[in-house]
Design a protein around this ligand. Structure first.
Ligand code: BEZ
Length: 189
């Protein structure tokens, strides 16, 4: 799959007949909310885990030295906590460009509580995209994040902002928390 997925996302679903759509955010969409929304709710999805397995050539790294950012990987029995935004379909014109590095939009069920659910879109960078890096030992991933920089700033800032936002939400995400501890140690050494 091509690296720039914005054109693919435009063709994927016709949202024109909808007044609004739920969007599930689990990464930078939690702390960088630079788009209009109609409503915001804490939500979770089932069967997915957040992992720093996607390469970033455009925001937190460069084509020569990609950083690492989050994607979702299938994880039966796990839940992933994030923030859901009810947005106008027009918002995806902007978000598809912002999140164009290998992410495709998928419809998933999302839960606002044990009793209340909805369907919405989520951006996922699947293993078949050109920027996918996949798993690596945690200390290798921490070293890569600690040294990577891109047009949007240091890769470490992305990780630290996400880790703090998840703590504020009350999410327990050991993958993100442990990476943040290791990167902080590297940068303080
Ligand atoms: C998110 O925060 O949901 C998100 C993560 C990666 C790419 C696009 C969106």
């Amino acid at each position: 799959m091509a690296l720039d997925t914005s054109a693919l996302n435009r063709q994927r679903f016709n949202l024109d007949h909808l007044d609004d759509v739920w969007l599930f955010g689990y990464g930078s969409l939690i702390y960088k909310v630079d788009f209009p929304y109609l409503e915001q709710r804490v939500a979770y999805i089932e069967g997915w885990s957040r992992r720093f397995w996607q390469g970033s050539h455009d925001h937190r790294g460069t084509p020569e030295a990609p950083g690492r950012v989050v994607t979702l990987v299938e994880a039966p029995g796990e839940t992933c906590l994030g923030v859901a935004y009810r947005v106008s379909p027009r918002t995806f014109e902007y978000l598809d460009h912002r999140e164009k590095n290998g992410y495709l939009r998928f419809f998933v069920p999302m839960w606002f509580s044990e009793q209340e659910s909805g369907e919405g879109l989520v951006y996922i960078a699947s293993p078949d995209n050109a920027a996918f890096l996949g798993p690596a030992p945690l200390d290798d991933m921490a070293a890569q994040i600690a040294r990577s920089h891109g047009p949007s700033g240091p890769n470490a800032d992305y990780l630290f902002k996400l880790a703090s936002a998840l703590t504020e939400l009350g999410a327990q995400d050991e993958h993100v928390a442990e990476l943040a501890r290791q990167v902080e140690d590297i940068l303080l050494a």
